[in-house]
Design a protein around this ligand. Structure first.
Ligand code: HXC
Length: 538
Protein backbone atom coordinates (compact mmCIF):
# COMPACT_ATOMS: atom_id res chain seq x y z
CA UNK A 1 0.00 0.00 0.00
CA UNK A 2 2.76 2.41 0.95
CA UNK A 3 4.73 1.53 -2.15
CA UNK A 4 1.74 1.95 -4.45
CA UNK A 5 0.84 5.26 -2.87
CA UNK A 6 4.30 6.60 -3.60
CA UNK A 7 4.68 5.44 -7.17
CA UNK A 8 3.93 8.93 -8.36
CA UNK A 9 7.06 10.37 -6.72
CA UNK A 10 9.55 11.64 -9.25
CA UNK A 11 13.14 12.76 -9.28
CA UNK A 12 14.31 10.14 -6.84
CA UNK A 13 17.92 9.05 -7.05
CA UNK A 14 17.19 5.34 -6.91
CA UNK A 15 13.64 4.14 -6.94
CA UNK A 16 14.19 0.85 -5.10
CA UNK A 17 16.13 2.60 -2.36
CA UNK A 18 13.49 5.22 -2.01
CA UNK A 19 10.72 2.72 -1.78
CA UNK A 20 12.64 1.00 1.00
CA UNK A 21 13.24 4.29 2.73
CA UNK A 22 9.61 5.27 2.37
CA UNK A 23 8.48 1.88 3.62
CA UNK A 24 10.61 2.27 6.74
CA UNK A 25 9.02 5.62 7.43
CA UNK A 26 5.64 4.03 6.98
CA UNK A 27 6.61 1.33 9.44
CA UNK A 28 7.40 3.87 12.09
CA UNK A 29 4.27 5.92 11.87
CA UNK A 30 0.91 5.55 10.29
CA UNK A 31 0.54 6.64 6.70
CA UNK A 32 -1.96 9.39 7.36
CA UNK A 33 0.21 11.21 9.87
CA UNK A 34 3.21 10.81 7.54
CA UNK A 35 1.17 12.45 4.82
CA UNK A 36 0.06 15.19 7.16
CA UNK A 37 3.60 15.98 8.19
CA UNK A 38 4.62 16.24 4.53
CA UNK A 39 1.70 18.53 3.84
CA UNK A 40 2.35 20.70 6.89
CA UNK A 41 6.03 21.05 6.07
CA UNK A 42 5.25 21.99 2.48
CA UNK A 43 2.66 24.52 3.55
CA UNK A 44 5.09 26.10 6.03
CA UNK A 45 7.70 26.42 3.29
CA UNK A 46 5.08 27.88 0.98
CA UNK A 47 4.02 30.44 3.57
CA UNK A 48 7.58 31.50 4.24
CA UNK A 49 8.08 32.15 0.52
CA UNK A 50 4.74 33.76 -0.28
CA UNK A 51 3.84 35.85 2.77
CA UNK A 52 6.85 38.19 2.65
CA UNK A 53 5.72 39.15 -0.87
CA UNK A 54 2.21 39.89 0.39
CA UNK A 55 0.91 36.77 -1.35
CA UNK A 56 -1.02 33.82 -0.04
CA UNK A 57 -0.17 30.19 -0.69
CA UNK A 58 -2.10 28.15 -3.22
CA UNK A 59 -3.98 26.28 -0.49
CA UNK A 60 -4.74 29.45 1.46
CA UNK A 61 -6.23 30.94 -1.69
CA UNK A 62 -8.38 27.91 -2.31
CA UNK A 63 -9.53 27.86 1.32
CA UNK A 64 -10.53 31.53 1.02
CA UNK A 65 -12.40 30.89 -2.19
CA UNK A 66 -14.48 27.80 -1.55
CA UNK A 67 -17.12 27.19 1.13
CA UNK A 68 -15.54 26.12 4.44
CA UNK A 69 -14.23 22.52 4.47
CA UNK A 70 -15.65 21.85 1.02
CA UNK A 71 -12.41 21.24 -0.90
CA UNK A 72 -11.31 17.79 -1.98
CA UNK A 73 -7.79 17.86 -3.34
CA UNK A 74 -6.71 15.50 -6.12
CA UNK A 75 -3.23 14.02 -6.31
CA UNK A 76 -1.76 16.08 -3.50
CA UNK A 77 1.59 14.32 -3.70
CA UNK A 78 1.54 13.54 -7.42
CA UNK A 79 4.85 14.62 -8.89
CA UNK A 80 6.49 14.98 -5.47
CA UNK A 81 10.15 15.66 -5.86
CA UNK A 82 13.07 15.08 -3.49
CA UNK A 83 14.26 18.61 -4.22
CA UNK A 84 10.97 20.02 -2.99
CA UNK A 85 10.63 17.86 0.10
CA UNK A 86 8.11 15.50 -1.54
CA UNK A 87 5.61 18.32 -1.44
CA UNK A 88 3.98 17.47 -4.74
CA UNK A 89 3.65 19.35 -8.00
CA UNK A 90 3.60 23.11 -8.44
CA UNK A 91 -0.15 23.15 -8.81
CA UNK A 92 -2.96 22.23 -6.42
CA UNK A 93 -6.10 20.81 -8.04
CA UNK A 94 -9.46 19.72 -6.72
CA UNK A 95 -13.17 20.37 -6.38
CA UNK A 96 -14.87 22.54 -3.80
CA UNK A 97 -18.16 24.35 -3.44
CA UNK A 98 -19.07 27.99 -3.92
CA UNK A 99 -22.40 29.01 -2.40
CA UNK A 100 -23.15 25.30 -2.25
CA UNK A 101 -22.43 24.54 -5.91
CA UNK A 102 -19.44 22.46 -7.01
CA UNK A 103 -16.58 24.13 -8.87
CA UNK A 104 -13.26 22.77 -10.09
CA UNK A 105 -10.27 24.79 -8.94
CA UNK A 106 -6.58 24.76 -9.68
CA UNK A 107 -4.05 27.04 -8.04
CA UNK A 108 -0.43 27.30 -9.13
CA UNK A 109 2.00 27.07 -6.22
CA UNK A 110 4.77 29.63 -6.73
CA UNK A 111 6.65 28.29 -3.73
CA UNK A 112 7.47 25.14 -5.72
CA UNK A 113 9.77 25.84 -8.68
CA UNK A 114 8.18 29.24 -9.21
CA UNK A 115 4.77 27.67 -9.90
CA UNK A 116 6.15 26.63 -13.28
CA UNK A 117 4.40 24.17 -15.53
CA UNK A 118 6.03 20.90 -16.40
CA UNK A 119 4.71 17.49 -17.33
CA UNK A 120 3.06 16.65 -14.02
CA UNK A 121 1.49 20.09 -13.57
CA UNK A 122 0.11 19.90 -17.10
CA UNK A 123 -1.28 16.41 -16.46
CA UNK A 124 -2.94 17.54 -13.24
CA UNK A 125 -4.54 20.59 -14.85
CA UNK A 126 -5.77 18.65 -17.88
CA UNK A 127 -7.17 15.90 -15.65
CA UNK A 128 -9.04 18.54 -13.66
CA UNK A 129 -10.41 20.13 -16.81
CA UNK A 130 -11.58 16.72 -18.00
CA UNK A 131 -13.25 16.16 -14.64
CA UNK A 132 -14.92 19.59 -14.78
CA UNK A 133 -16.23 18.82 -18.28
CA UNK A 134 -17.45 15.41 -17.17
CA UNK A 135 -19.25 16.91 -14.16
CA UNK A 136 -20.22 20.01 -16.18
CA UNK A 137 -19.11 22.45 -13.52
CA UNK A 138 -17.21 25.76 -13.78
CA UNK A 139 -13.44 25.80 -13.57
CA UNK A 140 -11.46 28.48 -11.76
CA UNK A 141 -7.72 28.92 -12.30
CA UNK A 142 -5.54 30.80 -9.81
CA UNK A 143 -2.38 31.70 -11.66
CA UNK A 144 1.00 32.53 -10.14
CA UNK A 145 3.79 31.08 -12.24
CA UNK A 146 7.08 31.58 -14.06
CA UNK A 147 5.52 29.84 -17.08
CA UNK A 148 6.94 26.83 -18.89
CA UNK A 149 9.52 25.04 -16.75
CA UNK A 150 12.78 25.71 -18.53
CA UNK A 151 14.32 22.35 -17.53
CA UNK A 152 11.45 20.42 -19.13
CA UNK A 153 11.70 22.16 -22.50
CA UNK A 154 9.38 20.93 -25.19
CA UNK A 155 7.48 18.70 -22.75
CA UNK A 156 6.41 21.79 -20.79
CA UNK A 157 5.57 23.70 -23.97
CA UNK A 158 3.41 20.84 -25.26
CA UNK A 159 1.48 20.75 -22.00
CA UNK A 160 0.52 24.37 -22.63
CA UNK A 161 -0.65 23.38 -26.09
CA UNK A 162 -2.86 20.70 -24.53
CA UNK A 163 -4.27 23.14 -21.98
CA UNK A 164 -5.02 25.70 -24.72
CA UNK A 165 -6.85 23.06 -26.72
CA UNK A 166 -8.81 21.79 -23.73
CA UNK A 167 -9.73 25.36 -22.76
CA UNK A 168 -11.10 25.94 -26.24
CA UNK A 169 -13.05 22.67 -26.08
CA UNK A 170 -14.51 23.69 -22.71
CA UNK A 171 -15.33 27.21 -23.94
CA UNK A 172 -19.08 27.70 -24.03
CA UNK A 173 -19.63 24.39 -22.21
CA UNK A 174 -18.61 25.40 -18.69
CA UNK A 175 -17.74 28.88 -17.37
CA UNK A 176 -13.96 29.36 -17.07
CA UNK A 177 -12.54 32.11 -14.88
CA UNK A 178 -8.86 33.00 -14.37
CA UNK A 179 -7.56 34.86 -11.33
CA UNK A 180 -4.06 36.25 -11.79
CA UNK A 181 -2.26 36.57 -8.46
CA UNK A 182 1.37 36.69 -9.49
CA UNK A 183 3.40 36.50 -12.68
CA UNK A 184 1.80 35.06 -15.80
CA UNK A 185 4.43 35.33 -18.49
CA UNK A 186 5.17 34.32 -22.06
CA UNK A 187 2.85 32.14 -24.06
CA UNK A 188 1.38 31.04 -20.72
CA UNK A 189 -0.78 34.18 -20.82
CA UNK A 190 -2.95 32.47 -23.40
CA UNK A 191 -4.24 30.04 -20.77
CA UNK A 192 -6.23 32.84 -19.12
CA UNK A 193 -6.74 34.71 -22.39
CA UNK A 194 -8.84 31.83 -23.70
CA UNK A 195 -11.09 31.75 -20.62
CA UNK A 196 -14.23 33.81 -20.08
CA UNK A 197 -13.09 36.24 -17.40
CA UNK A 198 -9.74 37.42 -16.08
CA UNK A 199 -9.41 38.93 -12.61
CA UNK A 200 -6.10 40.60 -11.69
CA UNK A 201 -4.84 41.69 -8.26
CA UNK A 202 -3.65 45.30 -8.19
CA UNK A 203 -0.22 44.77 -6.61
CA UNK A 204 1.27 41.41 -7.52
CA UNK A 205 -0.17 40.30 -10.83
CA UNK A 206 1.52 40.74 -14.20
CA UNK A 207 0.72 39.46 -17.65
CA UNK A 208 2.97 39.89 -20.66
CA UNK A 209 4.01 37.88 -23.67
CA UNK A 210 7.60 39.14 -23.44
CA UNK A 211 8.98 40.35 -20.12
CA UNK A 212 10.90 43.59 -19.43
CA UNK A 213 14.31 41.94 -19.81
CA UNK A 214 13.59 40.49 -23.23
CA UNK A 215 11.99 43.77 -24.28
CA UNK A 216 15.14 45.63 -23.26
CA UNK A 217 17.41 43.13 -25.00
CA UNK A 218 15.49 43.08 -28.24
CA UNK A 219 14.19 46.63 -28.60
CA UNK A 220 16.26 48.67 -26.17
CA UNK A 221 13.07 49.85 -24.48
CA UNK A 222 13.27 50.05 -20.71
CA UNK A 223 9.94 49.33 -19.06
CA UNK A 224 8.82 48.20 -15.62
CA UNK A 225 6.77 45.06 -14.93
CA UNK A 226 3.92 47.33 -13.90
CA UNK A 227 3.92 49.44 -17.05
CA UNK A 228 4.33 46.46 -19.31
CA UNK A 229 1.71 44.14 -17.90
CA UNK A 230 0.40 45.28 -14.54
CA UNK A 231 -3.22 45.08 -13.49
CA UNK A 232 -3.83 48.75 -14.29
CA UNK A 233 -2.58 48.40 -17.87
CA UNK A 234 -4.80 45.40 -18.52
CA UNK A 235 -7.88 46.88 -16.86
CA UNK A 236 -7.69 50.39 -18.32
CA UNK A 237 -5.85 50.03 -21.62
CA UNK A 238 -5.54 46.60 -23.16
CA UNK A 239 -8.90 45.23 -22.05
CA UNK A 240 -7.26 41.88 -21.23
CA UNK A 241 -8.62 41.92 -17.67
CA UNK A 242 -12.23 42.07 -16.53
CA UNK A 243 -11.77 43.13 -12.92
CA UNK A 244 -9.15 45.10 -10.99
CA UNK A 245 -9.00 43.57 -7.53
CA UNK A 246 -7.66 45.48 -4.56
CA UNK A 247 -6.09 42.32 -3.15
CA UNK A 248 -6.42 38.56 -3.22
CA UNK A 249 -9.52 38.53 -0.99
CA UNK A 250 -11.23 41.01 -3.29
CA UNK A 251 -10.26 38.98 -6.38
CA UNK A 252 -11.73 35.80 -4.95
CA UNK A 253 -14.80 37.57 -3.65
CA UNK A 254 -15.53 39.00 -7.11
CA UNK A 255 -15.06 35.56 -8.65
CA UNK A 256 -17.51 34.01 -6.17
CA UNK A 257 -19.97 36.78 -6.95
CA UNK A 258 -19.67 36.24 -10.71
CA UNK A 259 -20.49 32.57 -10.25
CA UNK A 260 -23.77 33.39 -8.51
CA UNK A 261 -25.10 34.82 -11.79
CA UNK A 262 -24.07 31.88 -13.94
CA UNK A 263 -25.40 28.41 -14.52
CA UNK A 264 -22.87 25.60 -13.98
CA UNK A 265 -22.82 24.78 -17.68
CA UNK A 266 -24.37 25.68 -21.02
CA UNK A 267 -27.36 23.39 -20.49
CA UNK A 268 -28.22 24.77 -17.08
CA UNK A 269 -31.15 27.17 -17.02
CA UNK A 270 -30.43 30.83 -16.34
CA UNK A 271 -30.13 31.43 -12.62
CA UNK A 272 -33.31 32.49 -10.85
CA UNK A 273 -33.08 33.44 -7.18
CA UNK A 274 -35.93 33.94 -4.74
CA UNK A 275 -36.90 37.58 -4.69
CA UNK A 276 -39.86 39.46 -3.34
CA UNK A 277 -40.72 42.79 -4.95
CA UNK A 278 -40.76 45.42 -2.24
CA UNK A 279 -41.18 49.09 -1.43
CA UNK A 280 -37.56 49.80 -2.48
CA UNK A 281 -38.28 48.66 -6.03
CA UNK A 282 -41.32 50.91 -6.27
CA UNK A 283 -39.35 53.90 -4.94
CA UNK A 284 -36.46 53.27 -7.33
CA UNK A 285 -38.81 52.89 -10.30
CA UNK A 286 -40.68 56.10 -9.41
CA UNK A 287 -37.48 58.14 -9.24
CA UNK A 288 -35.91 56.81 -12.44
CA UNK A 289 -37.08 59.59 -14.75
CA UNK A 290 -35.25 62.12 -12.56
CA UNK A 291 -31.94 60.39 -13.32
CA UNK A 292 -32.14 60.84 -17.09
CA UNK A 293 -32.21 64.45 -18.37
CA UNK A 294 -34.64 65.14 -21.21
CA UNK A 295 -32.13 67.14 -23.22
CA UNK A 296 -30.58 64.45 -25.38
CA UNK A 297 -27.02 65.77 -25.21
CA UNK A 298 -26.91 66.18 -21.45
CA UNK A 299 -24.84 63.43 -19.82
CA UNK A 300 -25.90 61.19 -16.91
CA UNK A 301 -24.57 58.05 -15.32
CA UNK A 302 -26.09 54.94 -16.92
CA UNK A 303 -24.90 52.87 -13.96
CA UNK A 304 -27.26 54.92 -11.83
CA UNK A 305 -30.12 54.01 -14.17
CA UNK A 306 -29.21 50.33 -13.98
CA UNK A 307 -29.14 50.45 -10.17
CA UNK A 308 -32.67 51.89 -10.23
CA UNK A 309 -33.86 48.95 -12.31
CA UNK A 310 -32.27 45.88 -10.73
CA UNK A 311 -32.84 43.89 -7.53
CA UNK A 312 -31.28 45.48 -4.44
CA UNK A 313 -29.60 48.01 -6.78
CA UNK A 314 -26.83 45.43 -7.18
CA UNK A 315 -24.93 45.57 -10.46
CA UNK A 316 -21.68 43.64 -10.95
CA UNK A 317 -19.72 45.35 -13.70
CA UNK A 318 -17.38 43.52 -16.04
CA UNK A 319 -14.43 45.46 -17.55
CA UNK A 320 -15.54 48.58 -15.70
CA UNK A 321 -12.49 50.64 -16.63
CA UNK A 322 -12.04 49.53 -20.23
CA UNK A 323 -14.05 51.11 -23.07
CA UNK A 324 -16.11 53.11 -20.57
CA UNK A 325 -18.55 54.41 -23.22
CA UNK A 326 -20.33 51.09 -22.84
CA UNK A 327 -21.31 49.35 -19.62
CA UNK A 328 -21.70 45.58 -19.29
CA UNK A 329 -22.32 43.40 -16.26
CA UNK A 330 -24.62 41.11 -14.34
CA UNK A 331 -27.64 41.81 -12.17
CA UNK A 332 -30.91 40.20 -11.18
CA UNK A 333 -34.40 41.37 -12.08
CA UNK A 334 -37.06 39.90 -9.85
CA UNK A 335 -34.60 37.14 -9.11
CA UNK A 336 -33.77 36.38 -12.74
CA UNK A 337 -30.06 36.66 -13.52
CA UNK A 338 -29.50 38.92 -16.54
CA UNK A 339 -26.61 40.38 -18.49
CA UNK A 340 -26.93 44.12 -19.03
CA UNK A 341 -25.45 46.02 -21.96
CA UNK A 342 -25.88 49.79 -21.90
CA UNK A 343 -24.40 52.87 -23.51
CA UNK A 344 -22.73 55.24 -21.04
CA UNK A 345 -23.43 58.93 -21.88
CA UNK A 346 -20.85 59.97 -19.26
CA UNK A 347 -18.02 58.87 -21.57
CA UNK A 348 -17.65 60.13 -25.13
CA UNK A 349 -21.40 60.69 -25.20
CA UNK A 350 -21.92 56.91 -25.17
CA UNK A 351 -20.60 56.46 -28.70
CA UNK A 352 -19.61 53.03 -29.94
CA UNK A 353 -15.91 52.62 -30.74
CA UNK A 354 -13.64 49.68 -31.46
CA UNK A 355 -13.04 48.80 -27.83
CA UNK A 356 -16.69 49.22 -26.84
CA UNK A 357 -17.76 46.95 -29.70
CA UNK A 358 -15.35 44.21 -28.66
CA UNK A 359 -16.15 44.55 -24.97
CA UNK A 360 -19.90 44.32 -25.49
CA UNK A 361 -19.61 41.74 -28.27
CA UNK A 362 -17.70 39.30 -26.10
CA UNK A 363 -20.08 39.86 -23.19
CA UNK A 364 -23.16 39.22 -25.35
CA UNK A 365 -21.52 36.08 -26.70
CA UNK A 366 -20.78 34.86 -23.18
CA UNK A 367 -24.36 35.46 -22.01
CA UNK A 368 -25.69 33.68 -25.06
CA UNK A 369 -23.47 30.68 -24.42
CA UNK A 370 -24.67 30.36 -20.83
CA UNK A 371 -28.41 31.08 -21.04
CA UNK A 372 -28.19 34.48 -19.41
CA UNK A 373 -30.91 36.75 -20.91
CA UNK A 374 -29.67 40.13 -22.11
CA UNK A 375 -31.26 43.45 -21.25
CA UNK A 376 -29.99 46.25 -23.51
CA UNK A 377 -30.42 49.90 -22.49
CA UNK A 378 -29.87 52.24 -25.40
CA UNK A 379 -28.81 55.88 -25.50
CA UNK A 380 -26.36 56.08 -28.37
CA UNK A 381 -25.55 58.93 -30.76
CA UNK A 382 -23.76 56.57 -33.18
CA UNK A 383 -20.35 55.13 -33.90
CA UNK A 384 -17.53 57.44 -32.89
CA UNK A 385 -16.49 59.43 -35.98
CA UNK A 386 -12.93 60.21 -37.04
CA UNK A 387 -9.76 58.92 -38.62
CA UNK A 388 -8.49 57.43 -35.37
CA UNK A 389 -11.43 55.02 -35.20
CA UNK A 390 -11.49 54.25 -38.93
CA UNK A 391 -7.78 53.44 -38.87
CA UNK A 392 -8.19 51.37 -35.72
CA UNK A 393 -10.58 49.15 -37.68
CA UNK A 394 -14.05 50.23 -36.58
CA UNK A 395 -15.46 48.39 -39.61
CA UNK A 396 -13.79 45.08 -38.81
CA UNK A 397 -13.95 45.34 -35.03
CA UNK A 398 -17.37 47.00 -34.84
CA UNK A 399 -18.74 44.02 -36.78
CA UNK A 400 -18.10 41.81 -33.74
CA UNK A 401 -20.94 43.35 -31.78
CA UNK A 402 -23.33 42.89 -34.68
CA UNK A 403 -22.21 39.29 -34.96
CA UNK A 404 -22.78 38.65 -31.27
CA UNK A 405 -26.30 40.08 -31.18
CA UNK A 406 -27.33 38.66 -34.56
CA UNK A 407 -26.32 35.15 -33.49
CA UNK A 408 -27.69 35.33 -29.96
CA UNK A 409 -30.61 33.04 -29.27
CA UNK A 410 -30.94 33.89 -25.59
CA UNK A 411 -33.87 36.22 -24.69
CA UNK A 412 -33.12 39.80 -25.76
CA UNK A 413 -35.09 42.66 -24.21
CA UNK A 414 -34.21 46.19 -25.32
CA UNK A 415 -35.26 49.61 -24.04
CA UNK A 416 -34.35 52.86 -25.82
CA UNK A 417 -34.13 55.61 -23.22
CA UNK A 418 -33.28 58.67 -25.31
CA UNK A 419 -31.48 58.55 -28.63
CA UNK A 420 -30.69 55.69 -30.96
CA UNK A 421 -29.13 56.75 -34.21
CA UNK A 422 -27.96 54.99 -37.32
CA UNK A 423 -26.01 51.76 -37.27
CA UNK A 424 -25.53 52.04 -33.54
CA UNK A 425 -29.32 51.84 -33.07
CA UNK A 426 -29.47 48.69 -35.15
CA UNK A 427 -26.55 47.03 -33.35
CA UNK A 428 -27.81 47.68 -29.83
CA UNK A 429 -30.31 44.85 -29.68
CA UNK A 430 -32.80 46.31 -32.17
CA UNK A 431 -35.71 44.21 -33.38
CA UNK A 432 -34.12 43.79 -36.79
CA UNK A 433 -30.88 42.34 -35.37
CA UNK A 434 -32.80 39.82 -33.25
CA UNK A 435 -34.33 41.68 -30.28
CA UNK A 436 -37.30 39.70 -28.93
CA UNK A 437 -39.22 42.45 -27.14
CA UNK A 438 -38.30 46.09 -27.71
CA UNK A 439 -39.47 49.23 -25.93
CA UNK A 440 -38.73 52.94 -25.92
CA UNK A 441 -39.43 55.82 -23.59
CA UNK A 442 -41.84 58.50 -24.90
CA UNK A 443 -39.12 61.05 -25.74
CA UNK A 444 -36.87 58.56 -27.54
CA UNK A 445 -35.30 59.69 -30.81
CA UNK A 446 -34.78 56.98 -33.40
CA UNK A 447 -33.40 57.93 -36.79
CA UNK A 448 -30.64 57.55 -39.33
CA UNK A 449 -29.03 60.75 -38.07
CA UNK A 450 -29.64 63.34 -35.36
CA UNK A 451 -31.50 66.47 -36.46
CA UNK A 452 -28.36 68.62 -36.88
CA UNK A 453 -26.60 66.11 -39.11
CA UNK A 454 -29.73 65.27 -41.10
CA UNK A 455 -30.63 68.92 -41.81
CA UNK A 456 -27.06 69.66 -42.89
CA UNK A 457 -27.43 67.01 -45.58
CA UNK A 458 -31.07 66.91 -46.71
CA UNK A 459 -31.66 70.64 -46.10
CA UNK A 460 -28.44 71.76 -47.80
CA UNK A 461 -30.02 73.23 -50.92
CA UNK A 462 -32.77 75.03 -48.95
CA UNK A 463 -30.21 76.49 -46.55
CA UNK A 464 -27.99 77.57 -49.45
CA UNK A 465 -30.93 79.22 -51.20
CA UNK A 466 -31.90 81.04 -47.99
CA UNK A 467 -28.36 82.30 -47.61
CA UNK A 468 -28.34 83.47 -51.24
CA UNK A 469 -31.61 85.31 -50.68
CA UNK A 470 -30.27 86.97 -47.53
CA UNK A 471 -32.80 85.20 -45.27
CA UNK A 472 -32.30 84.12 -41.65
CA UNK A 473 -30.43 80.83 -42.21
CA UNK A 474 -30.34 79.85 -38.54
CA UNK A 475 -34.11 80.28 -38.18
CA UNK A 476 -34.61 78.06 -41.22
CA UNK A 477 -32.18 75.51 -39.82
CA UNK A 478 -34.18 75.37 -36.56
CA UNK A 479 -37.45 75.02 -38.43
CA UNK A 480 -36.12 72.21 -40.63
CA UNK A 481 -34.73 70.46 -37.54
CA UNK A 482 -38.09 70.73 -35.75
CA UNK A 483 -39.93 69.31 -38.77
CA UNK A 484 -37.39 66.51 -39.13
CA UNK A 485 -37.66 65.61 -35.44
CA UNK A 486 -41.47 65.57 -35.59
CA UNK A 487 -41.71 63.60 -38.81
CA UNK A 488 -38.70 61.29 -38.73
CA UNK A 489 -37.36 60.87 -35.21
CA UNK A 490 -40.20 60.16 -32.80
CA UNK A 491 -40.57 56.60 -31.51
CA UNK A 492 -44.24 56.23 -32.49
CA UNK A 493 -43.09 55.81 -36.10
CA UNK A 494 -41.12 52.75 -34.97
CA UNK A 495 -44.13 51.40 -33.09
CA UNK A 496 -46.23 51.79 -36.25
CA UNK A 497 -43.61 49.88 -38.25
CA UNK A 498 -43.43 47.08 -35.67
CA UNK A 499 -39.81 47.88 -34.80
CA UNK A 500 -40.89 48.61 -31.24
CA UNK A 501 -43.45 46.67 -29.22
CA UNK A 502 -44.55 49.55 -27.03
CA UNK A 503 -43.71 52.94 -25.59
CA UNK A 504 -43.24 52.63 -21.85
CA UNK A 505 -42.68 55.16 -19.09
CA UNK A 506 -39.50 55.24 -17.01
CA UNK A 507 -41.62 54.31 -13.97
CA UNK A 508 -42.88 51.14 -15.68
CA UNK A 509 -39.54 50.10 -17.09
CA UNK A 510 -38.54 47.63 -14.40
CA UNK A 511 -41.91 45.87 -14.27
CA UNK A 512 -42.12 45.76 -18.08
CA UNK A 513 -38.67 44.19 -18.42
CA UNK A 514 -39.49 41.68 -15.68
CA UNK A 515 -42.70 40.66 -17.52
CA UNK A 516 -40.86 40.38 -20.83
CA UNK A 517 -38.19 38.17 -19.27
CA UNK A 518 -40.87 35.95 -17.80
CA UNK A 519 -42.59 35.59 -21.19
CA UNK A 520 -39.29 34.70 -22.84
CA UNK A 521 -38.27 32.00 -20.36
CA UNK A 522 -39.50 29.27 -22.65
CA UNK A 523 -37.95 30.74 -25.79
CA UNK A 524 -36.92 28.01 -28.22
CA UNK A 525 -33.16 28.19 -28.53
CA UNK A 526 -32.67 25.31 -30.93
CA UNK A 527 -29.98 25.72 -33.55
CA UNK A 528 -31.27 27.21 -36.82
CA UNK A 529 -29.56 24.80 -39.18
CA UNK A 530 -26.49 22.79 -39.97
CA UNK A 531 -23.15 24.37 -40.71
CA UNK A 532 -19.73 23.88 -39.20
CA UNK A 533 -19.65 27.41 -37.89
CA UNK A 534 -20.04 30.90 -39.21
CA UNK A 535 -17.01 32.99 -40.11
CA UNK A 536 -17.00 35.34 -37.15
CA UNK A 537 -15.16 38.64 -37.69
CA UNK A 538 -12.35 37.76 -35.27
C1 HXC B 1 12.13 27.06 -14.24
C2 HXC B 1 11.76 28.90 -12.95
C3 HXC B 1 11.13 29.56 -14.03
C4 HXC B 1 11.02 28.86 -15.25
C5 HXC B 1 11.08 30.85 -12.33
N1 HXC B 1 11.70 29.75 -11.94
N2 HXC B 1 10.72 30.77 -13.61
N3 HXC B 1 12.25 27.67 -13.07
N4 HXC B 1 11.52 27.62 -15.31
N5 HXC B 1 10.37 29.37 -16.31
C6 HXC B 1 12.22 29.44 -10.60
C7 HXC B 1 13.41 30.28 -10.21
O1 HXC B 1 14.59 29.71 -10.71
C8 HXC B 1 13.33 30.22 -8.71
O2 HXC B 1 13.79 28.98 -8.28
C9 HXC B 1 11.83 30.24 -8.45
O3 HXC B 1 11.24 29.80 -9.65
C10 HXC B 1 11.31 31.61 -8.14
O4 HXC B 1 11.73 32.50 -9.17
P1 HXC B 1 12.40 33.91 -8.85
O5 HXC B 1 13.01 34.38 -10.12
O6 HXC B 1 13.29 33.79 -7.67
O7 HXC B 1 11.14 34.75 -8.44
P2 HXC B 1 10.83 36.29 -8.73
O8 HXC B 1 12.03 37.13 -8.47
O9 HXC B 1 9.59 36.58 -8.00
O10 HXC B 1 10.56 36.36 -10.30
C11 HXC B 1 9.50 35.64 -10.86
C12 HXC B 1 9.55 35.68 -12.39
C13 HXC B 1 10.97 35.23 -12.86
C14 HXC B 1 9.26 37.10 -12.86
C15 HXC B 1 8.45 34.78 -12.92
O11 HXC B 1 11.30 34.02 -12.22
C16 HXC B 1 11.01 35.03 -14.33
O12 HXC B 1 11.12 35.99 -15.11
N6 HXC B 1 10.98 33.76 -14.74
C17 HXC B 1 11.02 33.41 -16.15
C18 HXC B 1 9.71 33.73 -16.79
C19 HXC B 1 9.68 33.25 -18.19
O13 HXC B 1 10.29 33.83 -19.09
N7 HXC B 1 9.07 32.07 -18.37
C20 HXC B 1 8.93 31.43 -19.64
C21 HXC B 1 7.78 32.07 -20.34
S1 HXC B 1 7.44 31.34 -21.85
P3 HXC B 1 14.55 28.77 -6.90
O14 HXC B 1 14.95 27.33 -6.93
O15 HXC B 1 15.69 29.71 -6.92
O16 HXC B 1 13.56 29.09 -5.84
C22 HXC B 1 6.24 30.27 -21.51
C23 HXC B 1 5.82 29.54 -22.71
C24 HXC B 1 4.46 28.97 -22.57
O17 HXC B 1 5.78 30.12 -20.46
C25 HXC B 1 4.16 28.12 -23.77
C26 HXC B 1 2.99 28.57 -24.50
C27 HXC B 1 2.82 27.92 -25.83
Amino acid sequence: MAVIAHRGLRGLPDESQTIDATASVINRCDFASYQNSLATGAEERARSRQHPKGKKTARERIALFVDPDSFTEFGQFQGGNMAHGFSGAAVVTGIGRVAGDPVAVYAQDFSIAGGTLGEVEGDKIIALMDRALELRIPIIAMLDSGGARIQEGVVALSQYGRIFRKTCQASGVIPQISVIMGPCAGGAVYCPALTDFIVMTRENSHMFVTGPEVVRATTGESVSFEDLGGAAVHNFQSGVAHYLAEDEEDALDYTRTLLTYLPPNCDGPARVWDYEEGEDDAVAAASLSAVVPEESKQPYDMVDVIRHLVDYGEFVQVQEFFAPSIVVGFACMNGQSVGIVANQPLHDAGTLDVDASEKAGRFVQFCDAFNVPIVTLVDVPGYRPGTEQEQAGIIRRGAKLIWAYANATVPLVTVILRKAYGGAYIVMGSKSIGGDINFAWPGAQIAVLGADGAVAIVGRSKLAAAKEAGQDVEALRRELAATYTRENVNPYLSVARGELDAIITPENTRSTIVSALRILRSKDRSHPGSRRHGNMPM
